[in-house]
Design a protein around this ligand. Structure first.
Ligand code: SAM
Length: 181
């Protein structure tokens, strides 16, 4: 194998490295979120935001997808609140922990750039601290899939970054381009 050159190979190398890193930290993530902490919806600004800006707008018993679900922290909360939950994560270990936490959930080891699922499958999509890891040249594809997967009038809650990072992770694919400061 030759030395990796060019932005595309660089992006793939970074993605591979990230998958390994998240595999490695998965047990720490899992131990860090005991059930009691998970169930406390009002524990932090994040949980308040998820509840007040997202969960409360979804139909009772609706279907929620988490892109980059990690160890299933949010999915567990949604499941306890009566939603049908599904998640994907690119780290096999993260997926294994989510399955352990929520055996009845549909959880898959997939890249959110190509998440699968039938169109209109979800009432809500959440993705926290995960799209920031997708190279910006590929983020548009993630947003297209989110649009495809949501029912008309569905809701999403995501957070994204604003430029910076190594080649291929910069804001080239977005229009208008986000300046890298
Ligand atoms: C910082 S963790 C956040 C986990 C979870 N969203 C939370 O808030 O607890 C980021 C997660 O995104 C996943 N991830 C990163 N890039 C991804 C991609 N392209 N497709 C699917 N999952 C991805 C990582 O494996 C990791 O589990």
């Amino acid at each position: 194998m030759g030395k990796e050159k060019g932005p595309q190979l660089k992006v793939e190398g970074i993605e591979r490295q990230m998958r390994r890193s998240y595999d490695r930290v998965a047990p720490i993530y899992y131990r860090g979120w005991p059930l009691g902490k998970l169930m406390s919806w009002k524990a932090s600004w994040q949980t308040r935001l998820v509840h007040s800006r997202f969960a409360c707008r979804l139909p009772r018993g609706g279907r929620v997808l988490d892109l980059g679900c990690g160890v299933g922290v949010w999915l567990k909360r949604f499941q306890v609140d009566g939603f049908h939950v599904a998640g994907i994560d690119q780290s096999p270990k993260m997926v294994a922990y989510t399955r352990r936490r929520i055996p009845q959930a549909d959880v898959f080891c997939r890249n959110m750039v190509n998440p699968g699922f039938r169109s209109g499958s979800f009432d809500g999509i959440i993705s926290l601290f995960a799209i920031i890891h997708v190279p910006q040249v590929k983020q548009l594809e993630v947003f297209r899939h989110m649009y495809r997967l949501l029912v008309p009038g569905g809701h999403f809650l995501i957070n994204i970054g604003a430029g910076g990072g190594p080649p291929g992770y910069q804001a080239r694919a977005l229009r208008p381009p986000i300046p890298n400061k």
